[in-house]
Design a protein around this ligand. Structure first.
Ligand code: NAP
Length: 479
């Protein structure tokens, strides 16, 4: 493994926090401290802001091809270093190495995708309806951005924002989650190596998110916030952005319904459930949270899912053959334990799992609950752990209205062999994304995002770059 970067990255230089503060990064598989990183305060945030503001003008003028090539080089470096980046991610976040390698490829793909989009920023020229006036339409970078990311996909949540910001010509400050700063710092090192000019990307690791970010959002120099995290924090940040009318993109929480109809291919549905539930140990905004299974197939579906979940190997993500790593920390695991206890108290049966193992690390076993009451807390709380909660339904209208009965609307999954029904139910779900007979929707080429309180805007796809661009229209009368 190469040297672990642990300082702030400001104006192209690696620096300590102004007051010399540091914070620990833990290994969730052992509970031991891996290393310390700089713990920035408001002073450091100001320096990062100054660097981003100073670099903005020149960076906006850079040729799109130059921006594209930096992203392309960074993509190639990430792919070359897949193994070491995956090890770093597993050590700070816990996911098994195979999944970490998958995330490295997914993360890199955002750079390749946006390297291709950087040179396709369009504009236009049109004759207006009066026949005399012309309209010149161009697209410009929004300006300096603040990017805030969660811990669950330490590399991909960064590249999904940094990629389009670079492609659009924006400078930025990235504040990663305190649990997983190392992947973001490694990314900064890679982008520097790929030729990114000083000040375009600045990274501020901190344990004092509010103190560091609020002055930036209220200061009037940051023009855009792109946030991925919980709906609760998203609301706070939206309020902070309101005073200075900062543009926002919000990728927030989910409460995904996973619907299995009586005509579903159960092998396909169980395969889909394993991905939709167990990707990232269930610590994903896209994780299936509520399994609605038609009464006539619920028992068989539950039996097969419990068999597959029970066969998974739980252990440290770096160990060969491990399928399920630890949860991020004791708080995260405690929440899962409480949700399961609440469901069981309200009558749920545990088909497999449900018991926290002894010993160090934040492990929790793959768990399947059936006969779950609609009153259980996990019905309107993101479980964020390897727990599948099964409820039954009798007909299509009923399941649609129950699936939509939530403040969230990120993703839903539908399993049926009927094309009509599949499309009808997909269209009836109040969500931004649907997996129809699949448990995986994430793809850099697709617009990722939610409706209702799951967010505003989209990341990835052809529209991902739009979040970092403004239109400017020039009126030209022709006499
Ligand atoms: P979180 O608690 O909302 O934190 C997300 C980020 O926001 C972290 O970097 C956090 O830093 C920071 N933050 C918290 N309070 C802040 C404040 N007042 N000002 C500025 N920054 C602040 O979420 P999480 O536990 O890290 O991640 C899990 C959540 O993310 C889930 O709800 C999940 O669904 C969601 N998520 C959504 C998507 C999506 O694309 N829709 C993708 C992945 C995850 P601190 O930890 O230091 O507070």
């Amino acid at each position: 493994m190469t040297e672990v970067l642990n300082q702030l990255f400001i104006g192209g230089a690696w620096v300590d926090a102004a007051d010399g503060a540091t914070m620990p990064v833990d290994d969730p598989a052992t509970g031991e401290i891996l290393c310390h990183v700089a713990d920035a305060g408001p002073k450091d945030a100001k320096l990062a802001e100054e660097a981003a503001v100073q670099a903005q003008r020149e960076w906006a003028r850079t040729a799109p091809r130059a921006r594209s090539e930096i992203l392309r080089r960074a993509y190639e470096i990430i792919i070359e270093r897949t193994d070491e980046l995956a090890h770093l991610m597993t050590s700070e976040m816990g996911k098994p190495l195979a999944e970490a390698k998958g995330e490295v490829a997914y993360a890199a793909e955002f750079f390749r995708w946006f390297s291709e989009e950087a040179v396709r920023i369009d504009g236009g020229c049109a004759t207006l309806p009066d026949g005399r006036n012309r309209m010149l339409l161009s697209r410009r970078p929004v300006g300096p951005c603040l990017l805030i990311t969660p811990w669950n996909f330490p590399l991909a949540m960064g590249t999904r924002k940094i990629g389009p910001a670079i492609a659009a010509g924006c400078t930025m400050i990235l504040k990663p989650a305190p649990q997983t700063p190392l992947s973001s710092l490694a990314l900064a090192g890679i982008l520097k190596e790929a030729g990114l000019p000083d000040g375009v990307l600045n990274i501020v690791t901190t344990s004092r998110a509010g103190e560091v970010c609020e002055p930036l959002l209220r200061g009037g120099r940051i023009r855009k916030l792109s946030f991925t995290g919980s709906t609760g924090v998203g609301r706070i940040l939206l309020a902070q952005c309101a005073d200075t009318v900062v543009r926002t993109s919000m990728e927030l929480g989910g409460n995904a319904p996973f619907i299995v109809f009586d005509d579903a291919d159960l092998d396909v549905a169980v395969d889909g459930a394993m991905v939709a539930k167990m990707r990232n140990m269930g610590e994903a905004c896209t994780a299936a949270n509520r399994f609605f299974v038609h009464r006539s197939v619920a028992e068989e579906f539950g039996r097969r899912l419990a068999e597959r979940m029970g066969a998974l190997v739980v252990g440290p993500g770096t160990r060969d053959g491990v399928d399920v790593g630890p949860l991020i920390d004791r708080t995260g695991r405690g929440k899962v334990e409480e949700l399961v206890a609440d469901a069981v108290e309200r009558g749920a049966r545990v088909l497999v799992g449900g018991r926290t193992p002894e010993g160090p690390g934040c492990f929790y076993p793959p768990t399947v609950l059936t006969d779950v009451s609609a009153e259980s807390r996990l019905m309107d709380t993101e479980i964020f752990g390897p727990v599948a909660a099964i409820l039954t339904f009798d007909d299509e209208d009923e399941v649609l209205s129950r699936a939509n009965d939530t403040q969230w609307g990120l993703v839903g999954y539908v399993f049926t062999q009927g094309l009509d029904r599949g499309l009808r139910v997909s269209e009836g779900l109040e969500v931004g994304m649907v997996g129809l007979n699949t448990g995986l929707v994430s793809n850099p080429a697709a617009p990722f995002g939610g409706v209702k309180q799951s967010g505003l805007g989209r990341e990835g796809g052809r529209v991902g770059i739009d979040e970092f661009l403004e239109y400017q229209y020039v009126a030209v009368p022709v006499r």
